[in-house]
Design a protein around this ligand. Structure first.
Ligand SMILES: [Zn+2]
Length: 306
């Protein structure tokens, strides 16, 4: 018998809610612009209304709501100190959601949700030790060790984007310096390209977005390719640390920047073999997510109940 769960990917820019069945099929999807809502209750009310319309029309009822959110706390059902949400430092999102849906609610951080999605419905189905990296506005990670998602003492394990690389001289949006995501993120790629462009042409490029830089790289543009090579090199150093800490079988790349995988994966693979101990060489797969065009965070949030 089919069971339905509402999976919510709550992001700083967009929020997507999907009704997911136990086969990982998204039956319906609703999108919201997060900043249009002045409080989490207003957003949840809008999600509930969309769900209710669908539910009444199709006779589908969800038995749980899973939420993946930046700094989502699995233990407390809260969102804490999320840099891109302007609803206060502690958002009791599970309590707010339960008041509307009257079903159990589970909360997890967005990168962990992506990893759970990959484990249940994606390319990591048969894996027990792997990391999903979410390459987007920032850099997150969901870590599976010995077939269990790593949550840590407070539920915040996996802040890979804020691990340090001393060679990086950039200030991070978190307020600290030398964080990996100052290079390996949309913002980082843009900055690297601008720096290379300035050095080469003695002027700044005009309004270049990461999508444009990716297009340029695909066309063989030298500076765009150099940007991705540098990004992939820095990322390989971070991945080498993960491999040696957790003895991984795979690293799965997810998020907008992962669409550049034909350019970055060969560089990461080559670099990684130079950086890890002989026992780890040629043993780690670097893969694009098999859910790249689906919403892994929606699937993963729902999978909290499967
Ligand atoms: Zn940081």
């Amino acid at each position: 018998m089919n069971r339905y769960i509402l999976g919510i990917d709550l992001g700083g820019t967009n929020t997507i809610a999907g009704i997911v069945n136990n086969n990982g099929e998204i039956m319906a999807e609703f999108s919201f612009k997060t900043s249009d809502y002045n409080s989490p209750s207003l957003l949840m009310e809008a999600i509930y209304c969309s769900y209710l319309q669908f539910s009444e029309k199709k006779g589908v009822n969800v038995s749980g709501v899973g939420i993946g959110a930046p700094n989502g706390n699995f233990y407390r059902g809260t969102i804490e100190f999320a840099p891109n949400l302007n609803w206060g430092n502690y958002i009791p999102i599970a309590t707010i959601t339960e008041a509307f849906f009257k079903v159990p609610v589970k909360v997890i951080n967005d990168a962990n949700a992506a990893a759970i999605g990959e484990k249940h419905f994606g390319c990591a189905r048969d894996m027990t030790n792997f990391v999903v990296l979410t390459l987007g506005t920032g850099l997150g990670s969901g870590i599976y060790v010995n077939n269990q998602i790593l949550t840590g003492k407070n539920g915040f394990a996996g802040e890979f984007g804020h691990t340090k690389c001393l060679e990086i001289n950039r200030k991070c949006t978190c307020g600290l310096e030398s964080c990996l995501e100052t290079v390996v993120s949309a913002r980082g790629i843009k900055q690297t390209y601008e720096e290379l462009y300035l050095k080469h042409y003695q002027r700044m490029p005009e309004n270049t977005s990461v999508i444009q830089i990716h297009e340029l790289a695909k066309q063989g543009d030298k500076l765009a390719l150099e940007t991705y090579t540098y990004t992939a090199n820095v990322l390989a150093h971070g991945i080498a640390n993960l491999v040696m800490l957790f003895d991984l079988e795979a690293v799965v790349l997810f998020g907008g920047i992962a669409h550049a995988h034909p350019i970055i994966i060969p560089v990461i693979k080559e670099e990684l073999n130079k950086l890890v101990l002989p026992v780890f060489r040629n043993k780690v797969s670097i893969l694009p997510s098999s859910l790249l065009d689906k919403n892994a965070a929606v699937l993963g949030s729902a999978a909290l109940f499967f």
